[in-house]
Design a protein around this ligand. Sequence first.
Ligand code: ZN
Length: 328
Amino acid sequence: MLGQWLDWTLDEERPSPRIGRFPSGTYHLHGPGIIELTPNILRPGAHACIFSAAIHGNETAPVELIGDWLSALEASTEQLGAPVLVILGNIPALKAQKRFITTNLNRLFKRELDEQGSEPDRARELMEAVDTFYARHHALPKLHYDLHTAIRGSLYTRFVVEPYALCATDAEQWQWLAAADMQAVLHQHQHSWTFSHYSKHYHHAQAFTFELGQVAPFGENDMAALEPMLTLLSTLSAGYEPPKKPADTMAFFKVQHELMRQAEGFTLCFDNDVPNFSRFEPGTCLAKDSVAGDFVVEETPLHVVFPNAQVEIGARAALLVVPSHAIT
Ligand SMILES: [Zn+2]
């Protein structure tokens, strides 16, 4: 069953029964795109793990990665030793191979959310699923890895975004991420209401948004490059400690400024194919906005991440970042 769950979810089939077994545990289907795996034997040192994918519907590599891991559990080539909640975020967008249907789901994970519509409704469902899962496993350390791919290429092909919250990231996380072949880390400087931020801010989970390469359709992703990431997910779900590498093999950045789109008349002053983390020197104009005016780099060079001129008015059009210390 686990091997077919992704296909069934996409086909909107509701398998019954909702509860079943695989060699090393049981599964429980909580709702569309929400499945909880419980191990037969909980290993000491296990985390309560949440692995989520397709919060943006056109980001398929993480869905394939989770599919490979679920198939390995079903075939018993991997064993479950930790509880894991697996989430496919935006199913209608995943079916349509679009980033979202009406609005970006990954800005809606806020308890006071009062927006209406299918994406806000889905955000509420997912927040409730996270709350229930962490409450059920309250004795275990909490972890949430939200898996994405980026719209454009990147000078660092695989990187993580560390959401801003008051609780600190454990030092061992950086070593695990380095061993999973992440090449850069970006520290957020303020609340961002993403899915990983939700788990870190409200539940003090160790949480990151992973960018695992560039967006591509199903079957066209470079899965070989994600083998070390698959190892990280597999060892965590087995309840073992993941492999480690020195954290300083990754480049660290922190957000200096969020460039917001404020007007209908808004353009970015660089080419569409400029990769993430490209560096711009003082005096360079980065954006023209008919309300906010020109944004020009001041005395410190800035690196641009996630630029997107097509965002809604009032939304973030780019993160402007600078190199930072390895561990904050
Ligand atoms: Zn994404």
